[in-house]
Design a protein around this ligand. Structure first.
Ligand code: LLP
Length: 419
């Protein structure tokens, strides 16, 4: 949970604002983010890294709203991007390109060019083939690409298979055994300057040990690579720290980083600059998705609570069977029957929560909690549903940071056949 989310009287508040009142004013489905909760989530990262050269690169994919990016840019963060589109957002939000790292297995030439011209800090390169293309693109522009290789440390992050990325069978990164040879190749290529090493082992990780295992493997590589005459300036340990959706007990960022620093120092690597790429742990618990109860459909086998948000607004339950808390934004006394909370989309997979005990009436506004990460960024227009509006609150203040999408927006780029 978040200390910024609490009932006052009968009403659930995010910071100083009643969520039910926001739903009445702005309509539903509605994403609402707490600025203070985001900054509070960033603080332990910054505090643990204080006094060391470091850069916290917020992973834009978790929540790419311009106001969210602006909040992190103003707090001194860099950004981890995975597309030219995300770079454009970072720049539009006032982010500093010199603090941007560019990750992803499928960077296009056009993206490489765009990113080089913007002057981003580093490419996290994921294969030899990509390295060769980047060398051509950079040389062609008369520029030098700063490069980290993303190595695959082959550790099990103990998370959902779809969001685990550091195992051999994953498409990500350069295999541990090939890393040294790939660094040698990188050092010999025109337009490439080796600057660091990178790994990211998965997401929603709730223990420190997989990070320490990955760190040890990365440091082994750093030692071998430097012994081969290629200096490594920074270590990028990726993102992945989990949050509490239900009963998970992930370490705090300060605890995680404290343990990583101890290991780094013990192995004599304390002088290196450290980069992290957190996404979910900075925004996940700072956001809620508000949805209105439309119909109650009690049945013989199941009770359905039909709400106006659906899998197109929040894909995580349908896609990963993710459990996200659902609460009523107003306290209701009395019976709390067990409901499946489902949306209006025409698929059985369209549910937000299953078997939830809720005291609820039609017209009530429910809040899906921990929806600040991978909520809106994964939203679609399935069933020709416009995407939700987004608000940011700060104390008692409320800003509309994205308007609700109108139906006309949805087929604006489409054309009828000429007749
Ligand atoms: N760096 C890289 C290279 C990544 O691929 C990711 C996330 C991150 C950083 C940020 O990871 P985080 O700190 O947020 O765990 N849609 C899924 C999560 C996908 C994560 C993809 N990569 C979900 O809703 O659970």
């Amino acid at each position: 949970g978040s200390p910024f989310l609490a009932y006052r009287g009968n009403d659930l508040h995010l910071e100083g604002v009643s969520l039910k009142a926001l739903a009445q004013t702005h309509g539903t489905p509605l994403y609402v983010y707490s600025r203070q909760a985001m900054l509070a989530a960033l603080a332990p990262y910054q505090k643990a890294l204080q006094g060391r050269p470091h850069l916290v690169c917020y992973a834009v994919k978790a929540n790419s709203n311009l106001a969210v990016l602006q909040t992190f840019a103003e707090a001194g963060c860099g950004f981890d991007i995975v597309s030219g589109g995300e770079l454009a957002r970072v720049l539009a939000a006032g982010g500093d390109p010199a603090k941007v790292v560019f990750s992803g297995v499928g960077k296009t030439r056009a993206e490489m060019k765009q990113v080089l011209e913007a002057g981003v800090r580093c490419f996290n390169v994921e294969s030899t083939a990509e390295l060769e293309v980047l060398s051509q693109v950079a040389s062609g522009l008369g520029r030098t690409a700063q490069v980290s290789l993303r190595v695959n440390p082959d550790v099990d992050a103990g998370t959902h298979p779809y969001i685990s990325t550091g195992l051999k069978g994953n498409k990500f990164g350069v295999a541990h055994e090939l890393a040294l040879a790939t660094y040698r190749r990188a050092a010999s290529l025109p337009g490439i300057a080796v600057t660091g090493i990178d790994c990211h082992i998965g997401s929603q990780i709730t223990e420190v040990s997989p990070y320490l295992d990955a760190l040890d493997r990365v440091l082994d590589l750093v030692e071998a690579i430097e012994a081969a005459g290629v200096p490594i300036h920074h270590l990028d340990l990726g993102g992945g720290l989990g949050i509490t959706y239900t009963d998970e007990t992930p370490p705090g960022a300060d605890v995680l980083i404290g343990q990583l620093l101890a290991r780094i120092d013990a192995r004599g690597h304390g002088h290196r600059e450290l980069l992290f790429e957190p996404g979910r742990s900075l925004v996940g618990n700072a956001g809620v998705l508000l949805t209105e109860v439309m119909y109650l459909k009690p049945g013989e086998h199941k009770n359905f609570c039909v709400v106006d948000a659906a899998m197109n607004d929040l894909a995580r339950p349908a896609l990963y069977e993710a459990w996200m808390a659902i609460v009523n934004t107003q306290v209701r006394e009395g019976d709390a029957p067990v409901w499946d909370v489902v949306g209006p989309v025409c698929e059985s997979g369209d549910w937000l929560g299953r078997d939830r005990a809720l005291a609820v009436q039609p017209g009530d506004v429910l809040a899906v909690l921990s929806a600040g990460a991978y909520g809106m960024t994964m939203a679609s227009n399935y069933n020709t549903r416009g995407r939700a509006a987004e608000l940011m609150v700060d104390g008692e203040q409320v800003w509309v940071v994205r308007e609700r999408e109108a139906v006309n927006d949805l087929f604006r780029l489409e054309r009828r056949l000429p007749r």
